[in-house]
Design a protein around this ligand. Structure first.
Ligand SMILES: Cc1cc2nc3c(=O)[nH]c(=O)nc-3n(C[C@H](O)[C@H](O)[C@H](O)COP(=O)(O)O)c2cc1C
Length: 287
């Protein structure tokens, strides 16, 4: 491995999400290189059912920032909104008088999502290699209607993800990642014992994080977690969740992520809205 390769790998291994963009414009040449790396990404059947809407106007960035309720978005130089785009693909099929039913097949849509992620991740890597700060924004999938209107999206398109790009002075949050042998399985899937999960996830990755609570705050969280667990997992599990919170004097990371930050009652309440949007956009694979 030569020096340049080693340096490139070091950049990629040390990547992190940036949320503190500075007021320094991204040069056209740099952005162009990043986008060209994206265009070269792998694509199932090389069909490329992907479009990117490049947003640089202040007003529109402000609107997206508001829609996604994340203030730093407006400070990025450029937003790339990734679209699963069957509109152009179908048009090609119509021009060429081909039978077309990809919007009826969920399997094809999975490929389209994978295509978007391949392109998005190529772009992320290129940005990191060029010293350009970046962060993904997934909130679009809770704001389909607003994004459709703002970006003038036609039928057969779904906005999936945003990448914010710009120079940044964000030092990162030092996120700990799971260790190699927890994620990479040799030849076949290896399950972990509960003790190993405790050691490798709870201790190692999350350093036994507990948000300590007392008094009214503790009561509020206990009530919330009991209600959520009761609804999604039933009475027996709800009593275990409550007992654990009491024993800890607060909530642990798993409880925070799965019961609070990504409250399953809220998350699943989007199902109908999401399915409706897919149907309205002309996708026909949902029952
Ligand atoms: C699909 C996806 C959606 C994301 N959405 C958001 C988002 O809406 N807002 C945000 O600040 N970060 C978002 N992120 C960034 C993650 O929070 C971040 O990758 C994670 O905390 C790990 O930190 P790191 O990227 O610094 O390693 C998203 C990442 C992915 C892959």
């Amino acid at each position: 491995m030569d020096q340049i390769q080693k340096e490139a790998l070091t950049v990629l291994k040390n990547r992190y999400s940036h949320r503190k963009f500075i007021d320094k414009p991204l040069e056209d040449e740099v952005l162009n290189e990043i986008l060209e790396v994206g265009l070269a990404a792998a694509s199932g059947g090389n069909l490329q059912p992907v479009s990117i809407i490049k947003v640089q106007g202040t007003e529109k960035k402000n609107q997206i920032s508001k829609i996604c309720n994340q203030g730093f978005i407006k400070d990025a130089d450029t937003l790339l909104v990734f679209i699963a785009d069957y509109y152009r693909m179908k048009q090609w099929a119509m021009v060429e008088k081909a039978p077309f039913g990809r919007e009826q097949a969920f399997r094809d849509f999975i490929i389209a999502i994978e295509d978007v992620m391949c392109m998005a991740q190529s772009i992320e890597c290129a940005a990191n290699l060029l010293g350009v700060g970046n962060v993904y924004i997934g909130t679009v999938n809770a704001k389909y209607d607003e994004m459709k209107e703002l970006l003038n999206l036609p039928k057969l398109t779904i906005p999936l993800l945003i990448t914010c790009l710009g120079y940044s002075d964000d030092k990162g949050m030092n996120r700990v990642k799971l260790e190699k042998d927890v994620v990479i399985h040799e030849e076949s899937y290896q399950t972990l014992s509960d003790e190993e999960v405790k050691e490798r996830v709870v201790d190692y990755k999350y350093n036994n994080w507990i948000q300590k609570l007392e008094g009214e705050a503790l009561d509020k969280y206990l009530k919330h977690f009991e209600e959520v667990a009761l609804e999604v997992n039933g009475e027996e599990w709800a009593s275990k969740v409550v007992a654990k919170i009491k024993e800890q004097g607060g909530i642990n990371r798993a409880q925070y992520r799965f019961g609070w930050h990504y409250n399953p009652l809220v998350q699943r309440s989007y199902n109908d809205k999401i399915f409706k949007f897919y149907k309205d956009q002309g996708f026909k694979f949902l029952p």
